[in-house]
Design a protein around this ligand. Structure first.
Ligand SMILES: Nc1ncnc2c1ncn2[C@@H]1O[C@H](COP(=O)(O)OP(=O)(O)O)[C@@H](O)[C@H]1O
Ligand SMILES: [Mg+2]
Length: 150
């Protein structure tokens, strides 16, 4: 397991560049091809946990991989992805013209039902990133369940 104590210390020292933040988490670049997603609140912890469950059960390889998490789910370590400038990058990859067509694709219907995700969350470029040039979902902790809770 990664030493989350050392990572925590490094975050406080400002050693890792901050890549972004959302409602539940702040994300730093570990400078080794991975990012650390640090929960800011209870919702962030629930999102980290949900992402771990999905990553573990995933058969689609449509999600950025998680390689480690702290026991309390305060932290997860995920593959670093490059920014997706426009959702049309995702459309192009899946050879569709718009989000309506995207939502009709089998792999999308499958991951949404399997992991309890809302299709509409996959329409936004911010939830996507590029790993080795392939679009993958980077923010997938927002299941219907975590949405209901917080
Ligand atoms: N795997 C990643 N690689 C690169 N940047 C990321 C990654 N995951 C998240 N980010 C950046 O951090 C921001 C917040 O992460 P996100 O997963 O959206 O947290 P939240 O669930 O709080 O919205 C994202 O908008 C994105 O800019
Ligand atoms: Mg987000």
């Amino acid at each position: 397991m990664a030493s989350f104590d050392i990572i925590k210390e490094n975050i406080h020292k400002g050693k890792y560049p901050r890549l972004g933040s959302g409602s539940g988490r702040v994300v730093f670049d570990l400078n080794n091809g991975y990012v650390i997603k640090a929960a800011k609140n209870r919702r962030g912890i629930a999102q980290n946990k949900a992402e771990c469950v999905i990553a573990k059960n995933d058969r689609s390889s449509m999600f950025a991989k998680i390689i480690d998490a702290s026991k309390d789910y305060h932290f997860v370590i995920m593959e670093k992805a490059d920014r997706v400038q426009s959702i049309s990058i995702v459309w192009r990859y899946y050879k569709v013209k718009n989000n309506r067509e995207l939502s009709g694709l089998d792999p999308f219907k499958k991951i949404c039902s399997r992991h309890d995700l809302l299709m509409s969350d996959l329409y936004r470029r911010m939830n996507w990133g590029l790993v080795k040039g392939k679009p993958v979902i980077i923010d997938y902790g927002f299941t219907k369940e975590t949405k209901k809770l917080y």
